[in-house]
Design a protein around this ligand. Structure first.
Ligand code: ZN
Ligand code: ZN
Length: 84
């Protein structure tokens, strides 16, 4: 019904969004505890505007990797992969 869902970001012990939940080399940013979305807040600040697709299907994970450095796939390109 067009509901805008917000990511539930990993938090630090002090309750702030953890900007280093995701870190690859000198790329870092937050990560969602629900869908696993992560992005580099330096290269991809628009990541803050993305909505949360919710949890992936059982036994699967959303494939957010994209180029690996912080440019995740667009919502209509988002796929899942099997985990475990
Ligand atoms: Zn999310
Ligand atoms: Zn970056």
């Amino acid at each position: 019904m067009g509901e805008q869902r917000e990511h539930q970001w990993e938090r630090t012990d002090r309750g702030a969004v953890n900007d280093f939940a995701h870190e690859i080399a000198n790329h870092n940013g937050p990560r969602c505890t629900v869908c696993g979305f992560f992005f580099c807040e330096n290269c991809y600040p628009q990541g803050w505007q993305r909505t949360c697709p919710g949890p992936p299907p059982e036994g699967m994970a959303w494939d957010w990797v994209g180029d690996g450095a912080g440019h995740p796939p667009e919502d209509d390109e988002l796929e899942t992969y099997r985990v475990g």
